[in-house]
Design a protein around this ligand. Structure first.
Ligand SMILES: Cc1cc2nc3c(=O)[nH]c(=O)nc-3n(C[C@H](O)[C@H](O)[C@H](O)COP(=O)(O)OP(=O)(O)OC[C@H]3O[C@@H](n4cnc5c(N)ncnc54)[C@H](O)[C@@H]3O)c2cc1C
Length: 378
């Protein structure tokens, strides 16, 4: 059972401690988010704090001596909570953390025992992981002649220059493979670094891999494992949990500003606030359930990925509604650079751009037109 309670009492002390330590970082993350957005910095302080809070290592499986956040029912709820909390503090930090979790999940799922042990040691030694999925064709290629070397560039690499363990996808003669590449900090970042509208602190850059030698133990899993379902699509619930935190932050800030301008009792403002609350709660219910379903492998693959894909569209719609309502609620004040809402809206609007949105919706619709939607408690 994955019951919908806001703070499950079943959390072990270890998990509860990690979750609480991350909650405590939110005020610092919020203040620093403005500085990072303005000056284009990477959240080094936040990641150091997350390391000290043992959050980066909390997502290792229990068998390696970690609290096992992200594994099993309670671990899934704890991960939902952590990702949402980080999104509430700073969406860019949430994105970096989610990439770290995603890369590790793939290594523990598809890697062999030695690779899993090495990844565990690396995380404990402080390494930051990321998944950089290079586009097929124009992306990164692996050639075996005369020695295994990479060629090509990956666009959209979060944490470029800061991530020290990059799980990349590369085309090979056998198909697309995952390769774990050790990175030097602040090296191999392409000169055409991207200037995104929002999410600037995620330092999403272009990374060239030309000439990088690939060692024998770099390949994680078999060709095609990266896109193996349901893992590939169902993992999107984690991104949605971070996005939910971004909606929370926007709502918190809007309520605060309405109250400080003494406009919060106006019936029109209350009506909009009601719609914002409904949108946020709808997203929360979808995402929480998607998380539970994604981790419940008793369902068919199409049912799992279909549900998570519907949650993607539901969350996108809710977040876009919230942005529109907040612009009307605060008026031009929401567009002043000095107003935190301006940055929060840019970050959220940017992070909402996730791959193949149309396909996610229509594939899910095709499945659930002929099969029932899951209902009842999961
Ligand atoms: C802040 C941020 C950080 C990121 N960091 C990373 C990272 O660390 N690693 C990483 O691998 N990626 C990263 N990405 C990239 C991400 O994984 C996606 O590639 C990106 O978000 C895709 O967004 P898109 O809107 O361009 O998607 P697209 O899939 O291009 O969709 C754009 C529109 O085109 C439609 N569409 C899609 N395909 C087709 C088609 N074949 N024909 C017609 N229409 C189509 C879609 O439905 C949608 O309406 C990051 C993205 C963001 C925003």
């Amino acid at each position: 059972m994955c019951v919908d309670q806001s703070y499950p009492r079943e959390f072990s002390q270890e998990i509860a401690d990690v979750v609480r330590r991350v909650h405590d970082l939110v005020p610092m993350m919020r203040v620093n988010a403005e500085v990072l957005d303005r000056d284009g910095g990477f959240p080094v302080l936040e990641l150091n704090q997350l390391r000290s809070a043992e959050a980066l290592s909390s997502v290792i499986p229990k068998r390696f001596g970690s609290p096992g956040i992200g594994f099993g029912t309670i671990g899934t709820i704890a991960l939902f909570d952590l990702l949402r909390t980080l999104g509430r503090g700073n969406l860019a930090v949430g994105r970096i953390f989610e990439g770290h979790v995603n890369a590790l999940k793939l290594i523990f799922l598809f890697g062999n025992e030695a690779q899993s042990r090495l990844a565990t040691e690396d995380v404990r030694a402080g390494h930051l992981f990321a998944i950089w999925n290079a586009e097929q064709g124009d992306g990164v290629r692996l050639s075996n002649v005369p020695a295994a070397k990479l060629a090509g560039t990956k666009v959209f690499c979060s944490g470029a220059g800061y991530v020290t363990r990059a799980l990349i996808t590369a085309s090979t003669s056998d198909g697309v493979r995952m390769l774990l590449i050790p990175m030097q900090p602040v090296a191999r970042v392409g000169s055409s670094n991207l200037k995104l509208h929002g999410m600037r602190a995620a330092q999403t850059g272009v990374v060239p891999f030309d000439g990088v030698a690939v060692s024998a133990g770099s390949a994680i899993g078999e060709p095609g494992d990266y896109t193996r379902e349901p893992t590939f699509s169902a993992g999107a619930w984690r991104t949605l949990a971070v996005i939910l935190g971004g909606i929370d932050a926007l709502m918190d800030e809007t309520q605060r500003q309405l109250i400080s301008r003494d406009r919060h009792k106006d019936p029109h403002q209350l009506s909009r606030m009601g719609r914002i609350l409904i949108a946020r709660e709808s997203a929360r219910l979808w995402i929480r359930r998607a998380a539970c379903i994604a981790e419940n492998d008793k369902r068919s693959t199409a049912a799992i990925t279909g549900y998570v894909n519907l949650a993607r569209t539901a969350t996108e719609s809710a977040a876009l509604d919230v942005i529109c309502l907040i612009q009307r609620t605060l008026g031009l004040a929401a567009f002043l650079q000095a107003n935190p809402v301006e940055r929060l809206m840019r970050d959220l609007a940017t992070y909402l751009r996730q791959p193949a949105a149309d396909e996610a919706l229509t594939e899910a619709a095709a499945w659930f037109t002929e099969h029932p939607l899951p209902d009842g408690e999961q």
